[in-house]
Design a protein around this ligand. Structure first.
Ligand SMILES: Cc1ncc(COP(=O)(O)O)c(C=O)c1O
Length: 389
C-alpha cells in the first residue's frame, strides 16, 4: 500500500498521557509494579444503582437506536440537575446527548467552525482541544497563562485578543491539567468581554470542587455552549456518555450533524445516566471527600520534594507541578521517572508549551498508592539532585 494519509491525521500529535499509560501497561505485563498517577480516570467503581439501571434497560429491550438528540427523560434530568445545582433555566430542547464529552466537542466544532476560524483557548489547556479544532480546519488561538494567575485565562487577555476571525472562546473549569477553578468574577468577566462571540465551557469536572464554589457559564450568559458528561463525577469513563447544551437556534444544525455522524447514543447507557442523576448521591459525596483528602496529602508531599505549585488547586483531581528544578524537559523527565521508579506521571508538554517543565499528577488513585508513588519519587529525586542521605 502506498497511499499517504491525510495531513490532518499525520500531523496530529499523540495524546501523551495515553502513551505513558500504554508504556506503563507494557511494563506491568513484564511484571513491574506501577503506580498510576498519570491517568485522569476515577479509581472508584460506577455506583451499583447505575449499573443496575443499565442492565434493566438492556434486558427490557432498550437496545435500539434512540432519538438522535437523546431520550427525553435524560434530557429532562440534565435540565433539572442544572436547575438544582446552579439555578439556571434551560429547556430539554437545548440538550443533545452524546457518547461522551469528546464526541460532543467534535459535533460542536463541526457545526461551528469554518476553515481558518479561530478558537481562543489558554495555554496550558486540555491536551486534545487544539487537535479537535485543527481536525475541522480551525485554528487554535492560544493565550499563555502563567502560574501567578494559577494559569486561569483572564477576561482582559481575551478582550485584547478577540478579532474578526474569533469564532469562540473555549474555557474549562475546574481545569485539566491545573486543577484550578475559575472564580465567579472571572466567569462573569468572560461573559462580559465575549460580546457576540460564544463561549464554549467544558464543565466535565463540575461537582469536583473542594475549595470554593462550583459554577456554570450559563449563570452569566446564554450565548454559550456547555460540554459535560458522566465520565468524571459519576466515575463512568468507560460508559461513554456526555452531552452538549446549546442555544436553541443552533440545535437543529447540531441534530443534523449528530444524525449523520453518530445516529444516536447507546440506549441503555442513557438509562444509566438518568439513574446517575436522579438516584442516591451519597457515593458521590464520599468520593469528593476522599479526593479532597488525597489532594491535600499529595500537595504537601510534592511541595516537600521541591516541586512548585502556585495557589491551591481546588478542583478536578489534578496538580500541575513546576518541575524545572529537576528538568526543563517534561517528556524526558516523565519517561525517566516511569522507567526508573515505576511511577507514571503526565509530562506538562501534553498540555501545550505553556506547561513545559511541569508534570501533571492525578490523585485519582488510592491513598496507599499515592503514598507509595510519592515515596518512590522522593527517593529518586533526592538521588538525582544529590540530596539523598
Ligand atoms: C477537560 C476534559 N474535557 C473532556 C474530556 C473527555 O471526556 P469524555 O470521557 O466525556 O469524553 C476530558 C477527559 O479527560 C477532559 O479532561
Amino acid at each position: 500500500m502506498n497511499i499517504s494519509l491525510s495531513e490532518r491525521a499525520a500531523n496530529m500529535p499523540p495524546f501523551h498521557v495515553m502513551e505513558v499509560l500504554e508504556r506503563a501497561q507494557e511494563l506491568e505485563r513484564e511484571g513491574r509494579n506501577i503506580i498510576h498517577l498519570e491517568i485522569g480516570e476515577p479509581d472508584f467503581p460506577t455506583a451499583p444503582h447505575v449499573c443496575e439501571a443499565a442492565a434493566a434497560a438492556m434486558c427490557s429491550g432498550n437496545t435500539k437506536y434512540t432519538h438522535s438528540l437523546g431520550i427525553q427523560e435524560l434530557r429532562e434530568a440534565i435540565v433539572e440537575d442544572y436547575m438544582h445545582k446552579y439555578g439556571v433555566v434551560i429547556s430539554p430542547e437545548q440538550v443533545i446527548i452524546t457518547s461522551g464529552t469528546s464526541p460532543a466537542m467534535l459535533l460542536l466544532f463541526i457545526a461551528l467552525i469554518n476553515p481558518g476560524d479561530e478558537v481562543i483557548m489558554s495555554n496550558p489547556h486540555y491536551a486534545c482541544y487544539p487537535n479537535f479544532v485543527r481536525a475541522v480546519s480551525g485554528v487554535p488561538d492560544f493565550i499563555y497563562t502563567d502560574s501567578k494567575s494559577v494559569f486561569i485565562l483572564q477576561p482582559e487577555q481575551v478582550a485584547a485578543r478577540i478579532n474578526k476571525k474569533t469564532k469562540a472562546i473555549l474555557i474549562n473549569s475546574p481545569s485539566n491539567p491545573t486543577g484550578h477553578v475559575m472564580p465567579q468574577g472571572t466567569l462573569r468577566g468572560m461573559a462580559d468581554v465575549a460580546g457576540d462571540v460564544p463561549i464554549i465551557s467544558d464543565e466535565i469536572y463540575q461537582g469536583l470542587v473542594y475549595d470554593g464554589e462550583d459554577h456554570t457559564i450559563l449563570e452569566f450568559t446564554d450565548n454559550a455552549f456547555v460540554l459535560n458528561g458522566f465520565s468524571k463525577l459519576y466515575a463512568m469513563t468507560g460508559w461513554r456518555l456526555g452531552y452538549l447544551i446549546a442555544p436553541k437556534a443552533y440545535v437543529r444544525t447540531l441534530q443534523k450533524v449528530q444524525q449523520n455522524l453518530f445516529i444516536s447514543t447507546n440506549a441503555f447507557v442513557q438509562y444509566a445516566g438518568i439513574a446517575a442523576l436522579r438516584g442516591p448521591q451519597d457515593m458521590i459525596k464520599e468520593m469528593i471527600s476522599t479526593y479532597d483528602e488525597r489532594r491535600r496529602y499529595m500537595l504537601k508531599r510534592l511541595r516537600g520534594m521541591g516541586f512548585e505549585v502556585e495557589g491551591e488547586p481546588g478542583g478536578a483531581y489534578y496538580i500541575l507541578a513546576d518541575a524545572r528544578r529537576f528538568s526543563e524537559d517534561s517528556l524526558e523527565l516523565s519517561r525517566r521517572i516511569l522507567e526508573d521508579t515505576g511511577v507514571a506521571v503526565t509530562p506538562g508538554i501534553d498540555f501545550g508549551n505553556g506547561a513545559e517543565g511541569h508534570l501533571r499528577f492525578s490523585y485519582a488513585n488510592s491513598r496507599e498508592k499515592i503514598e507509595e508513588g510519592m515515596d518512590r519519587l522522593q527517593t529518586y529525586l533526592a538521588i538525582k539532585t544529590g540530596t539523598f542521605i
